[in-house]
Design a protein around this ligand. Structure first.
Ligand SMILES: Cc1ncc(COP(=O)(O)O)c(C=O)c1O
Length: 387
């Protein structure tokens, strides 16, 4: 049947960890600061609808996504909370966003003018995006801002409900540029307030800024990576502001175990030749699942011990060197804990010379997400991390 899991390779998402991480940030934020849960890119690979529901249940009051498609999926899942799209949406799709009460960012006069070509059944909620130094999208100058406010005032299809910016270096040790962005923000906000007197919500902080400067986050934070239990950088992690719990772990099982002789080779290109007789296990996961070929040599956990990936990673399978004969069916953990050992997302990211954000996004939809909530997984089985 479609949707069944016939291959035992899966991602486990611990929804209790999502709740824990939201509770942790709430403890350091002023009571009046709200949480917008950032669930773009399939909730950083964790599964957008399940994470969004859990985040709202755990105290987040709104959601943010990158593209309109993601917002529509949330609405189709009967999620009625406010949703903000962070990225550019072509003006021709603004009426659809308005119909579904989805908030769009606004940062171009031309875009606003284009809206006039379309019919709106409901006014469109918008938040002005300021570019205070990220250099991506947003209003940069005071003149642009004043002009945009004038246009917004004259446009009956638009309802301005917020203004926001995004930091480029909030996770770094050196905070000079962060402070420059704050200064620029304050200048632009003061111009904004002179020209627009209605109340709007102001949100500026990603995980790094919220963890480090919880008192100065204005009305809401946009909480992404740390909601998933990961730190935005080693510098922020070292500051130890909150205790996060990673929600994502990746598992499979041994499907074949064999003894090879000294001189035998493993996988394409014969990049691995056994130096002595040894046990080799085959695991059904590969780059077709998003487990990159660059992870050759990285460890996985079996029976609570580290075993290396040997030979080239194939599209659907990889091989590991076992330290003894191990029973077929034994659980293999590629990210997560077994016994006293752990392979953290950060370790995989370092191995790939990337950031932890990219790793869960890399594991694609071929790998089913199994949710654990209140200690039980979505198949009703009691979760036992030792299995
Ligand atoms: C505009 C914007 N706000 C907030 C976030 C969340 O950032 P983080 O995951 O570092 O908390 C992102 C993520 O990249 C973003 O692009």
């Amino acid at each position: 049947m479609v949707g069944e899991m016939y291959r035992e390779t899966w991602v486990e998402i611990n929804l209790d960890a999502i709740k824990h991480n939201i509770t942790q940030i709430k403890e350091i934020l002023p009571q009046e600061t709200n949480i917008i849960a950032v669930v773009k890119a399939n909730a950083y690979g964790h599964g957008m609808v399940s994470v969004a529901k859990k985040a709202l249940e755990s105290g987040a009051t709104a959601l943010a996504v990158a593209i309109l498609e993601e917002a529509m999926i949330l609405r189709e899942a009967s999620i009625n909370a406010p949703i903000l799209v962070l990225g550019y949406v072509p003006a021709k799709h603004a009426p659809l966003a308005a119909r579904h009460n989805i908030t769009l960012p606004i940062f171009q006069k031309k875009w606003l003018e284009e809206l006039n070509q379309y019919q709106f059944e409901h006014p469109l909620n918008t938040h002005i995006k300021l570019d205070t130094g990220m250099g991506r999208i947003g209003i940069r100058s005071t003149d642009e801002l004043i002009n945009l406010i004038k246009e917004i005032d004259n446009n009956k299809n638009i309802q301005l409900t917020g203004i926001f910016t995004h930091f480029a270096t909030a996770d770094e040790k050196e905070l000079v540029f962060y402070e420059e962005q704050i200064k620029r923000l304050e200048e632009l906000l003061s111009i904004f307030k002179q020209h627009y007197t209605k109340d709007v919500t102001v949100h500026i902080g990603n995980s790094a800024a919220s963890l480090r400067f919880p008192e100065s986050m204005h009305n809401s934070i946009r909480f992404g990576i740390s909601m998933y239990g990961l730190y935005p950088s080693n510098d922020v992690r070292a500051e130890n502001r909150v205790e996060l719990l990673p929600a994502f772990s990746l598992h499979s099982r041994l499907v074949h175990v064999k003894k090879i002789a000294k001189g035998d080779s493993i996988s394409y290109g014969r990049t691995y030749i056994a130096e002595k007789d040894e046990w080799i296990g085959t695991v059904p996961i590969g780059y077709g699942d998003g487990w990159s070929r660059h992870l050759q040599g990285m460890s996985v956990l079996v029976n609570g011990r580290r075993m290396p990936i040997v030979g080239r990673i194939c599209m659907d399978q990889l091989m590991i060197r076992l330290d003894e004969e191990i029973v077929i069916g034994t659980k293999v953990t590629l990210i997560g804990e077994q016994g006293n050992e752990i392979i953290e997302m950060d370790e995989v990211a370092d191995y790939l010379d990337t950031i932890n954000y990219e790793v869960p996004c890399m594991i694609n939809e071929r790998v089913p997400r199994i949710y654990v909530e209140n200690g039980k997984n979505s198949r009703g089985e009691i979760k036992n991390p030792k299995l």
